[in-house]
Design a binder for this molecule. Sequence first.
Ligand SMILES: NC(=O)c1ccc[n+]([C@@H]2O[C@H](COP(=O)([O-])OP(=O)(O)OC[C@H]3O[C@@H](n4cnc5c(N)ncnc54)[C@H](O)[C@@H]3O)[C@@H](O)[C@H]2O)c1
Ligand SMILES: N[C@H](CO)Cc1c[nH]c[nH+]1
Ligand SMILES: [Zn+2]
Length: 437
Amino acid sequence: MLSVTDLRDAAADTALDAVVPRAEVDVSSTVSAVLPIIEQVRTGGASAVLELGERFDGVRAPALRVPAEAIEQALQTLAPEVRAALEESIRRARKVHAAQVPSGTEVELADGAIVENRWVPVDRVGLYVPGGRAVYPSSVVMNVVPAQAAGVQGLAVASPPQREHGGLPHPTVLAACALLGVDEVYAAGGAQAVAMLALGVKDDDGTQVCAPVAMVTGPGNVYVAAAKRALLGRIGVDAEAGPSEIAVIADGTAQAAWVAADLISQSEHDPLAASVLITDSEELVRDVLAEVERQAPRLPLAEQIRTALTGPQSGVLLVRDMDHAVQVADAYAAEHLEVHTRNPEQVARRVTHAGAIFVGPHTPVPLGDYSAGSNHVLPTSGTARFSSGLNTVTFLRLQQLIRYDAQGLEELIDGVSALAHDEGLEGHGAAMRIRRS
Ligand SMILES: NC(=O)c1ccc[n+]([C@@H]2O[C@H](COP(=O)([O-])OP(=O)(O)OC[C@H]3O[C@@H](n4cnc5c(N)ncnc54)[C@H](O)[C@@H]3O)[C@@H](O)[C@H]2O)c1
Ligand SMILES: N[C@H](CO)Cc1c[nH]c[nH+]1
Ligand SMILES: [Zn+2]
């Protein structure tokens, strides 16, 4: 299923970012498809969101805002083993995200000259929880926990209406909200959900149904990522966390069956999901390909897995050695990178471009998808070169408080006047000198 590209003889000046596998359909090529949806929500409000749900999710939600009783009912009927697993995921995630809260600092630069750095949470955020091809209660945890750790006061969750559940979001999504103390939940998916959160929507009678948020975070398919990009500026967004990706760096010591299972795991998310093996071992390539053929057809989502693994975004890259593997992995900048090598710690520390790195054979990506304590909302499509995964700081703004007294100011009046004069902005210098006693 996976095509093999041999990079061992590639010239030293080969542009690696041009040879790594990438999907043909990406966020930029999808923005034009979501603009009319955003416009429809802007002009049509809540009823437009419901209509779009009917069109894209095949069901009209009974109401956009999920009633409190439905959330409570979902918690009451949650299977005990799922509840216990969710509670453990929440417990671990809370510990990790609490440790990300930065402390403010106050710097005294001279007598009467202080700059304070303080972290302020975003007031109100919209958290997107996917629910098209699969449902993602785990994404409730991954969105809500860092937002709460940051101290965000207003949390609104949106997740697509489910036909099998009368147009409500999936009951485990609702139960996860209840466990985390979130009661503002909307039955809305895709670009229309992002637009609803960003712009706010009213009922036909003018009643506000969803108030606008300052920021939208969360993973989703390419339509969700495109809507976040289209609305950026009106709102803040987290990294582009689109169709899932896994890259595995492996050498001849790797267990082929485990590597194959992990490559398959991410490919079941989306036909656009990407699975990439980077190895210097021809023998491992042969064994992994055989394992993929053996394992994939046994899974319920076998057809989707085949589509993802045979797409241009997936493949095997045969490299010269582990140095070359690190260069290729950096060029690919995977959402998730697994390292299955003789010295996984050493190799992992050398890779700088990856949303998250899973070190060693006992740390598979699905562990991080649900319960490792790390966050699974991670940058895709090479954006790990400049973005982080969702974290507590995503929901914080660094604000500076500048406090100078007369003595502190006096020391800088001449310097600032000189700089202002040099920029041709004499009013700036004058505003300094007027304070000279
Ligand atoms: N990178 C990450 O951190 C991360 C984490 C979890 C999940 N994911 C990804 O999230 C995605 C979840 O996708 P999903 O589809 O299951 O759920 P989703 O909720 O992201 O998307 C479903 C919505 O897509 C919209 N949609 C579908 N077809 C459309 C069309 N033709 N035009 C306009 N809108 C359309 C619909 O409005 C629907 O509600 C997967 O790609 C998965 O890999 C990524
Ligand atoms: N692998 C996804 C991130 O790309 C997260 C997830 C949730 N559930 C299963 N997997
Ligand atoms: Zn996953």
